[in-house]
Design a protein around this ligand. Structure first.
Ligand SMILES: CC(C)(COP(=O)(O)OP(=O)(O)OC[C@H]1O[C@@H](n2cnc3c(N)ncnc32)[C@H](O)[C@@H]1OP(=O)(O)O)[C@@H](O)C(=O)NCCC(=O)NCCS
Length: 184
């Protein structure tokens, strides 16, 4: 059954396969675009991959989780720590992607649902999530996780997801390895 894990060097082969799939897409997200420049030249090598994973784990601006099924990397989701985002912020607290070969199987929905308690544990409540107006898949994922549409700005739909104080909040993070350290 798919689950969120902290980035882990043991996923090396599957991570690289997934990144090859992402990199072949027309639109590269900000994170991948940066990683392709900074890390892709060396992440095929085990030592380079270990450096990359260490960099992700040490990033104080966001917590990154990988969504995996056994040894298969399915996708990733990151929670940006800024709690008070400027009104014109377009990215929101959450960024996520499911590898192209694993899409339309409910993984993004499962991944966002699983990640929200971690955001609540960080004190982010409600969580601000955006998607491109034309991104039907992303919109459905956010709505399935309880996202309430605020409106549209700058070509993005803006949603808020609350509930950290209720059933899903507090204690949900068995992997509070990082959240506790970096809570704002
Ligand atoms: C958007 C994205 C995360 C969806 O991932 P996914 O694992 O395919 O999503 P799910 O399988 O959980 O699908 C959720 C719903 O959206 C629908 N959906 C998914 N992709 C869709 C698409 N391209 N067009 C229309 N509907 C789509 C699914 O059919 C499902 O609908 P349902 O609830 O009515 O059954 C994935 O396509 C992706 O990584 N895209 C590139 C990066 C991106 O856009 N990230 C989101 C920005 S934060």
């Amino acid at each position: 059954m798919p689950q969120l894990i902290a980035p882990d060097v043991r996923l090396h082969a599957s991570f690289l396969e997934a990144m090859t799939e992402f990199a072949a897409e027309e639109f590269l997200g900000r994170t991948l675009a940066r990683e392709l420049v900074e890390h892709a030249p060396t992440w095929h090598d085990p030592a380079g991959f270990a450096r990359y994973v260490g960099t992700v784990l040490a990033d104080d601006s966001a917590d990154t989780y990988w969504y995996v099924d056994g040894a298969t990397f399915l996708g990733r989701i990151l929670i940006r720590h800024g709690r008070l985002l400027p009104p014109d912020d377009l990215a929101g607290h959450i960024g996520c992607g499911v590898r192209p070969s694993a899409r339309r199987r409910g993984h993004a929905t499962g991944m966002l649902r699983a990640a929200l308690p971690h955001a609540f544990d960080l004190g982010i409540d409600p969580v601000f999530v955006t998607c491109d107006t034309a991104n039907t898949g992303s919109r459905k994922v956010i709505e399935a996780a309880g996202g309430v549409l605020e409106g549209e700005r700058g070509g993005k739909l803006r949603f808020w997801v609350g509930g950290g104080g209720s059933e899903s909040g507090g204690g949900a993070s068995s992997m509070a390895w990082k959240n506790r350290r970096s809570a704002p």
